[in-house]
Ligand binder design. Structure first.
Ligand SMILES: Cc1cc2nc3c(=O)[nH]c(=O)nc-3n(C[C@H](O)[C@H](O)[C@H](O)COP(=O)(O)O)c2cc1C
Length: 177
């Protein structure tokens, strides 16, 4: 199984990058590649810019990378109830290259935040929107209170959440059998 991993943040110490990489590691038979929005920086989307310059090469490159994968393990960071500006900008550019840029990709959609809601606002936004762009959402998980529930040496330490996560992961693994 070819797995691509993405955190919806440009922060160097992004908890969503850490979380997505941890979860991807649970798919033990996977060939995992971690992508970073910082490697695909694009100007702020603007119609006039697009008319003058076309779409940035980075948008095309990122779609190619995503399309190489069979499963995208993505964890979205929540800013004011929705996507980070960096992720939304990337999303907008990708949709200008090809509306169905997630076509044929199974997506494990997640979010985490330091607070009690675990990024549920951004998760819901993505759950409603990603399929319009071709994503097949095969699992969903939100991790609240990241700092309390996740430890670098041990991973996820909340047993109830761990059981739910492993159930999601196992369900997804079955799809590839
Ligand atoms: C501008 C801004 C808005 C935020 N809004 C929310 C929010 O709506 N809900 C939430 O749970 N956390 C919010 N946070 C806290 C983020 O979840 C936290 O910074 C988290 O670490 C971001 O994810 P990242 O580390 O993957 O970038 C916000 C943080 C910033 C800087």
């Amino acid at each position: 199984m070819k797995i691509k991993v993405l955190g919806g943040s440009t922060s160097k110490k992004s908890i969503n990058k850490i979380w997505a990489s941890y979860v991807a590691g649970l798919f033990d038979e996977g060939q995992v590649e971690v992508l970073d929005l910082n490697d695909y920086k694009m100007p702020i989307y603007d119609e006039d810019y697009e008319q003058e310059h076309g779409v940035p090469f980075e948008a095309i490159k990122l779609i190619e990378k995503l399309q190489e994968g069979e499963l995208l393990v993505i964890s979205l960071s929540e800013h004011n109830g929705s996507y980070t500006a960096a992720f939304k900008n990337t999303f907008d550019w990708l949709s200008r290259v090809e509306s169905k840029f997630f076509k044929g990709i199974r997506v494990f959609l997640m979010a985490t935040s330091p607070g009690s809601r675990g990024g549920i606002g951004v998760l819901e936004a993505a759950r409603a929107r990603f399929p319009i762009h071709g994503a097949d959402i095969v699992g969903q998980f939100s991790l609240p209170f990241f700092d309390e529930n996740f430890k670098f040496e041990k991973g996820l330490i909340n047993q109830q959440l761990k059981d739910r996560l492993f159930e999601e992961v196992n369900n997804i693994k079955h799809l590839f059998k």
